[in-house]
Ligand binder design. Structure first.
Ligand code: NDP
Length: 386
């Protein structure tokens, strides 16, 4: 019997919900391009429930415990002697979400003698040291595509809210004001602007598709070009590097994985090549942007706005400069954890565990590391040093 250690974010401060804003969520059975949504043998939750916090337990508790497995769920992950650190010693499986990542460093992996499987309930496994996972023969899997459209919707929301100056305008209303000039002094139309995405994978392409009806000029850079048909359909301009693309853009959205090539990409040097007043949206990973360079660029006007939901570390300290820098639209890491997305990645996590316990191969598209090497989606998105 296995010990499954699940690190999830805390329940709401006013308690685990007993009712919800909506009675149901749409049933999504496949994704753009045809990949099937998760197909577990069963689920023990109602889609639309809060599953990503401690009491939700990703809907896994009844199923795992009735099969004789041990499930430990905690949000306590970072402090010295955390529950995560204590329970890791004999855990067979670790599950966490990128929103509240259990940082599986090389040192922790070395201490976790029973560890065989690491599951990202969501997408993005950079919180696991993939070199160490390869070296220790672990399997690392994530629920590919489960929240890609959720993030794409969030990106579109953030672009519009920055360009149109939505958040400060909303604040004037909450504060009892009617200060139209204050609101519109930084408000523009998106129409006609040049919008570029760094990477046009699942999320990047979904962002491009959602923005096309806004009559903008669309740009992208990616290691591989999209088909000529897609480029024509969406009116895309391809650039062979981020450096070549960003000087043309009024809005830049980052949708690439974090790896050595993208870490620190948006630093002083690249930011200085962007048009004054560019909006930068990063829902990919915080470390793709240089924390202090972004702060400086907002203060000197190079950037007119920065928004995203990814931070380093997560949660960030109270004095993290991105909490207080001007003209930002940051949220906690939520774009991929809507109730709709949770239903899919909880079902995908169950599907991965069902295969693992039955000794069946995991779906190829869920694999990041397997049998001592990058595999599946991981071979496509990541690189390791071994
Ligand atoms: P995909 O794997 O579908 O797409 C990533 C794309 O990035 C690929 O086309 C890849 O190219 C390209 N790429 C990689 N490196 C570079 C580079 N240096 N320059 C340009 N393009 C590059 O991933 P998703 O679209 O599903 O997700 C992207 C990232 O978004 C994830 O890695 C994750 O970090 C983040 N994410 C954030 C979430 C959130 O909640 N905020 C939720 C889900 C994901 P190639 O095909 O050639 O490898």
């Amino acid at each position: 019997m296995a010990k499954v250690l699940c690190v999830l974010y805390d329940d709401p401060v006013d308690g685990y919900p007993t009712s919800y804003a909506r009675d149901d969520i749409p049933a999504i059975t496949s994704y753009p391009g045809g990949q099937r949504a998760p197909t577990p043998e069963g689920v023990d939750f109602t889609p639309g429930e809060l599953l990503g916090s401690v009491s939700g337990a990703l809907g896994l508790r009844d199923w795992l415990e009735s099969a004789g497995h041990t499930l430990v769920v905690t949000s306590d992950k970072d402090r010295e002697g955390s529950v995560f650190d204590q329970e890791l010693a004999d855990a067979d499986v670790v599950i966490s979400q990128p929103f509240w990542p259990a940082y599986l460093t090389a040192e922790r992996i070395a201490r976790a003698k029973n560890l065989k499987l690491v599951v990202t309930a969501g997408i993005g496994s950079d919180h696991t040291d993939l070199d160490a996972a390869v070296a220790h023969g672990l399997t690392v899997a994530e629920v590919t595509f489960s929240n890609s459209i959720s993030v794409a919707e969030h990106v579109v929301m953030m672009i519009l809210s920055l360009v149109r100056n939505y958040l400060p305008s909303h604040q004037w209303v909450r504060d009892g004001g009617w200060n139209i000039a204050d609101c519109v002094a930084r408000s523009y139309d998106l129409e006609g602007m040049h919008v570029g995405t760094v990477a046009a994978g699942r999320i990047g392409l979904a962002v491009l598709r959602r923005l096309a009806p806004f009559d903008v000029q669309l740009h992208y850079t990616d290691r591989h070009r999209l088909s000529a048909d897609v480029e024509r359909e969406l009116g895309l301009t391809w650039h062979d590097s981020t450096e070549a693309m960003v000087p043309h853009c009024d809005v830049v959205t980052v949708n690439a994985p974090l790896h050595p090539e993208t870490e620190g990409l948006f630093g002083d040097k690249l930011l200085s090549t962007m048009k004054r007043g560019t909006y930068l949206i990063n829902t990919a990973r915080a470390k793709i942007a240089d924390r202090d360079a972004v702060d400086r660029a907002l203060r000197d006007g190079r950037l007119a706005g920065y928004a995203g939901d990814v931070w380093y570390p997560q949660p960030p300290p109270a004095d993290h400069p991105w909490r207080t820098m001007p003209h930002h639209g940051m949220t906690p890491h939520i774009s991929g954890s809507s109730l709709s997305a949770q239903a899919r990645y909880a079902a995908g996590t169950r599907e991965i565990l069902e295969s693992f316990f039955a000794g069946r191969p995991l779906r190829e598209e869920y694999l990041i590391v397997d049998k001592g090497a990058l595999a599946g989606a991981g071979a496509h998105a990541y690189s390791v040093n071994t």
